[in-house]
Structures are given as C-alpha cells and as structure tokens.
Design a binder for this molecule. Structure first.
Ligand SMILES: [Zn+2]
Length: 176
C-alpha cells in the first residue's frame, strides 16, 4: 500500500483533495493546485487532458504524439477504436522527409512489437490528397465479426507499440 503525502510538496499546505478521475487517484492542493500521487497516474491524467485539448481519442493519443515527434511525420486522422460501432484503432499520417528510411524504421519497430501484441499491426499506403499511410491492426474476418473485447485488446497493444517506438528511436539502427 502506497502512502499518500499528507501535505502539498509544493507549498506545504495541509488541505489536499483526493480526486478520482478515469480510475486514477491523486491529490490536488486546495491552495496552489499542485497535483501529487502515483507518477504513472499523474502522467496519464496529463495525457488525457492533452488529448482532450487536441480533440484526439485518449487511447490513441500517445501513439499520435509519438509519431508526430518523428521528423517528417504528420498525423492526419486517428481513432482509439470504438466498441459501440466496432471501429478499429488506427492512425493515418503523411511522411514528408526520408520516406524510405522512416517507413523502414516504423515497419521494423512494428515487426518487433508484433511479437508482443495481440493484433498484427501493419502500415497501409493510401491516397489522402497526397500519399498517406494508415497504421492499424490487420484483421482477416469482416469487421462485423470483431468483438468489443478484441478492440480492447488492440487498444492495449497501443501501449506496447508506443513503448517500443520510444525505445527504438534511441537505437543505432533508427538514425536517419
Ligand atoms: Zn500547494
């Protein structure tokens, strides 16, 4: 059991409010607004706030952010997957610089992630107004046979893909 800080680490104020948001619990200082608590929860809360600000689905937001960090990549559309109308998670993006190398790196990273993920993730080229790419899980059956729990598993895959992408971008073979 983790012990919760009894006063604000920022200003020393003793009146902290416990807030539960989307399953994360944290403490907010009544005086200065400082947020304390479990680091991972806090990171997720900030991520969710950012995602809402940019009007991007929370589950896909970390991948969208990560892809936009790569020089030349611009995301154009995305979805975190929907269980009510059965939509797969995906990110669509364009690549303006070093197309061959960027695509090779992304596919290499995905290939390694696919060892850990439930879905088999791939990148499909298509024409947006220019050449664009869609990163998504490959499904062999018709979308109408996909179950909500499969979509939730694909969402869980997204964390693995993002974690590996962050790691691979620092490795020698990634260098563009
Ligand atoms: Zn405070």
């Amino acid at each position: 059991m983790e012990e919760v800080c009894e006063y604000c680490p920022e200003c020393g104020n003793k009146s902290l409010r416990t807030i539960v948001q989307n399953g994360h619990q944290f403490e907010e200082c009544d005086l200065c607004g400082y947020i304390s608590g479990d680091e991972e929860s806090i990171q997720q809360i900030f991520e969710e706030q950012e995602a809402t600000e940019y009007e991007i689905d929370v589950p896909i937001y970390p991948l969208v952010r990560e892809l936009n960090e790569i020089k030349g990549i611009r995301t154009v559309n995305s979805c975190g997957g929907r269980t009510d109308v059965l939509m797969l998670p995906f990110v669509d993006f364009t690549i303006s610089d070093h197309l061959h190398k960027v695509l090779t790196n992304l596919l290499t990273s995905l290939k390694l992630s696919n060892r850990e993920t439930v879905g088999n993730w791939y990148i499909e080229p298509y024409i947006h107004t220019e050449l664009a790419f869609s990163l998504k899980p490959r499904i062999v059956q018709d979308i109408k046979y996909i179950t909500p729990s499969q979509i939730r598993e694909f969402r869980h895959d997204l964390r693995i893909i993002v974690r590996n992408l962050q790691m691979h971008r620092n490795l020698g073979w990634w260098r563009i």
